[in-house]
Design a protein around this ligand. Structure first.
Ligand code: GLO
Ligand code: MG
Ligand code: MG
Length: 411
């Protein structure tokens, strides 16, 4: 086979991406509340065992390209854009000005800000470490991020306490660490109330994000359910300001059904923000783009969210693979991820309207005609109807594959 010259590779990738068809226009994409994280687009492919495969990009470039693709919202960690040494200084203000300008030029809005409390060496023992100085620094960082969020017009702040845990058993007293962590969140909420009042803006929605493992060996708040319990524990001064940002893969990682985890968050009235991606059960955080591993499950997740009127941001928290080039990040990765999401979202609408699914679910709810309270009668009365469970699964598969619209396969 003839090798493909480097100079021809981009055009080949572009031609084949176009040949796939089924893509939406930037205007169509902007109709969905999809946010693009700075860190996803700027991820260079590095990891513990991996050297980077991509070169650094500026936030101006990332914001401009999100705008071109049609991702209308942008999210960032404080230190994705502001070097740690520049935080709390005039240099921070100058950078925030530049971000604001880049957002306006691209017609993109800042939806969410988040504080990095896991990467810097100061957080070696986590943001709720024994040292009061570390905790105070973490608190100041959280307050500062709230201020940046208001300055950029954000509505959400997210907290991923990835380093809230331990490597060494017995070194950490769990209840104390959780109390200290709550103090940090309380500082963020209280600063938010003050700043929002000064600016005449609504307070932010503060959303906690769980991940069951990594980077710590043991995590103190490993699941969205653990976080619901934490929010309701009485440790927070403003529990009404704190909700959840579940991440699809983070729930899958511990073996949960993401849809069930989202259902519990919905029932608690705390599903406010959602990190969308894909991956595998009981593996590390591979952060694959939405719909590439579990499209059927994703369809079902979106059916649940559509039927409950979820209107928070869908945040593209995935990592373009190391095999994708800088050009490929916005040429292939981002647009195809957004387009799969939109397709699945629209398909979820079809599921909710599908006459077969409607009739089957209504019949199941109606149940069979029971002649007595006898257990045998009750079982017999419903027995045939219950085959509908499997038929529902088949119908969902058909919808996913387009068979409900007449697509057929010749055998
Ligand atoms: C890492 C998390 C991380 C968070 C981000 C927002 O596994 O998914 O990307 O979403 O820090 O707080
Ligand atoms: Mg993840
Ligand atoms: Mg996430």
């Amino acid at each position: 086979m003839k090798p493909i010259p480097v100079a021809e590779q981009r055009s080949l990738v572009e031609r084949l991406t176009r040949a796939c068809g089924g893509s939406y226009t930037p205007e169509q994409r902007r109709k969905y509340f999809i946010s693009g994280p700075q860190w996803a687009a700027a991820y260079e492919g590095q990891a513990l065992f991996h050297a980077p495969t991509r070169t650094p990009v500026t936030f101006e470039e990332v914001i401009r390209l999100y705008g071109e693709v049609g991702v209308g919202w942008w999210a960032t960690h404080d230190t994705d854009v502001i070097p740690s040494d520049a935080l709390f200084t005039q240099e921070q203000d100058a950078i925030v000005e530049r971000i604001d300008k880049a957002l306006k030029n691209a017609g993109v809005q800042c939806s969410m800000v988040t504080t990095e409390t896991f990467h810097h060496a100061v957080f070696a023992a986590g943001p709720a470490a024994e040292s009061a100085a570390v905790r105070d620094y973490a608190g100041r960082r959280l307050e500062n991020t709230v201020g940046i969020g208001h300055r950029l017009g954000a509505s959400y702040a997210v907290y991923w306490p990835g380093s809230l845990g331990y490597q060494i058993q017995g070194a950490v007293e769990e209840t104390q660490t959780l109390r200290w962590y709550a103090e940090g969140l309380n500082r963020a909420c209280e600063a938010d109330i003050r700043i929002a009042k000064q600016l005449g803006r609504p307070t932010l929605k503060h959303c906690m994000e769980a991940k069951p493992f990594e980077p710590q060996a043991e995590i103190l708040l490993p699941t969205s359910d653990a976080m619901l319990a934490f929010i309701a524990s009485g440790l927070l001064t403003h529990p009404e300001m704190v909700g959840l940002n579940p991440e699809y893969l983070h729930e899958l990682m511990w073996g949960a059904a993401p849809r069930a985890a989202l259902g519990r968050a919905l029932l608690a009235g705390k599903l406010w923000h959602f990190d969308i991606n894909d991956g595998y059960r009981l593996k590390h955080d591979v952060d694959i783009a939405v719909g590439l591993v579990n499209p059927l499950d994703w369809l079902n997740v979106l059916v649940l969210l559509r039927s409950h009127g979820f209107n928070g941001p869908f945040n593209l928290d995935y990592k373009p693979p190391r095999t994708t080039s800088n050009h490929g990040v916005f040429g292939v990765s981002m647009p195809t991820a957004v387009d799969r999401f939109i397709t699945l979202w629209e398909m979820a609408g079809e599921v909710l309207e599908d006459p077969i699914l409607k009739e089957a679910t209504e019949a199941l709810k109606a149940g069979g005609e029971v002649s007595s309270g006898d257990v045998r009668d009750i079982f017999e009365a419903n027995k045939e109807l219950l085959s509908l469970h499997e038929l529902i699964g088949h119908r969902l598969f058909q919808i996913l594959c387009g068979l409900h619209k007449g697509r057929t396969f010749v055998v």
